[in-house]
Design a protein around this ligand. Structure first.
Ligand SMILES: Cc1ncc(COP(=O)(O)O)c(C=O)c1O
Length: 349
């Protein structure tokens, strides 16, 4: 058995700042829409056209460029199976290139698909290692996984780097740009896709839209690059609750805008707290911040936990020794997270 993804423990009785979720919950209109589902709605296989159209309009692309997925996780798994599965009769082992630190799922899905993982190690301050990524591309490269803003660092990948990688990969390869946190960065590679038909952008409604439990995301790309992924995905993997929730969430953009404002205010509060505590952090384009606590990290995570606040230890990720990741969403929640860390580190200073 290969190494498996270790899910974070199921902790629901405290403040969940450890999974980059929207701790304020989704738009109330989503709950209303779900309550409007009928017995018949649940009895039929779900229709996708209206939600796909709404998503395409939201992302500013034509209908045939969008594939809804059961969470971006499914999009990553299906893309891995489509592009990293060894082909019958070929001696090539398809390679996935992953600049580290990265969302762990890329590693696991590459293994599930039967591909070979090629990791590129981080540079100081997580500056994008473009030369190293370009040097790691081989004729067997089939997927380059880039995440912008990156998880767990919050650092964005420059567009020039994405363009350079897209221009350098072999013709059978795709560049998978994971934009799970792009809503917070306010910038996306999607407008550039027409010039880069080998790039797929992955989006999720788990984070800014607060729909992580519903499982809804989207892949954006040309029909030519999406077709092999559709082939590798269960036909009705997105359920009717996700369809209805997505339509309601997209119609309530004001709700998301308010959350985005809170994320910005929260990050400013956390940066100030880190400066007070003399902790190194990396300015983040996402809804979380990576903070270097150092040798007291276990104590901080345990102490915060005892105060009902969950934080994520990212120490085992390359370049992240002694680092924890803290979600910065609802301002009141960020204040509680900061207070817990300060109490543990400085005795409540
Ligand atoms: C970079 C990245 N991609 C994808 C996902 C998964 O998103 P979803 O909830 O849509 O499966 C996450 C979730 O944490 C993530 O951090």
């Amino acid at each position: 058995m290969k190494e498996q993804y270790e899910k974070p423990p199921e902790l629901y009785d405290g403040l969940r700042l450890h999974q980059n979720e929207n701790t304020g919950g989704c738009s109330p209109y989503v709950i209303q829409a779900l309550a409007g589902l009928t017995r018949q709605n649940l009895a039929y296989y779900p229709p996708y056209a209206e939600a796909t159209q709404a998503c395409a309009r939201h992302l500013g692309v034509p209908f045939d460029r969008v594939m809804l997925v059961n969470g971006l996780d499914e999009g990553i798994m299906s893309a891995s199976i489509a592009y990293l599965r060894p082909q019958a009769g070929s001696s090539v082992v398809p390679e996935a290139l992953v600049p580290e630190p990265a969302f762990e799922i890329f590693r696991f899905d590459t293994g599930v698909a039967g591909g070979r993982l090629v990791q590129v190690m981080p540079k100081p301050d997580f500056l994008f290692p473009l030369d190293e990524v370009l040097a790691a591309i081989t004729p067997a490269t089939r997927v380059v996984f880039l995440t912008s803003p990156n998880n767990p660092t919050g650092v964005s990948v420059p567009f020039e780097a994405i363009r350079a990688v897209a221009a350098a990969v072999p013709p059978q390869a795709i560049v998978f740009v994971d934009e799970a946190y792009a809503d917070f960065a306010g910038r996306s590679f999607i407008p550039q896709l027409p010039a880069f038909p080998n790039v797929i952008v992955g989006r999720t409604f788990s984070k800014a839209y607060g729909l992580a439990a519903i499982r809804i995301g989207a892949l954006v790309g040309t029909p030519a690059v999406l077709d092999p992924i559709r082939y590798a995905t269960p036909v009705y993997s997105v359920n009717i609750a996700a369809v209805v929730a997505l339509l309601a969430a997209l119609a309530d953009q004001g709700y998301v805008d308010d959350y985005l404002r809170q994320v910005e205010a929260s990050k400013a509060l956390l940066y100030a707290a880190c400066d007070r505590m003399k902790l190194k952090y990396w300015p983040s384009d996402a809804n979380f911040v990576l903070v270097r606590v150092g040798s007291r990290i276990e104590e901080v995570i345990r102490g915060a936990n005892e105060r009902g606040v969950y934080l994520r230890n990212r120490s085992t990720e390359p370049g992240c020794e002694g680092c924890l990741r803290i979600a910065t969403g609802i301002v009141e929640h960020t204040k509680r997270g900061i207070a817990a860390i300060e109490e543990v580190l400085c005795g409540g200073a």
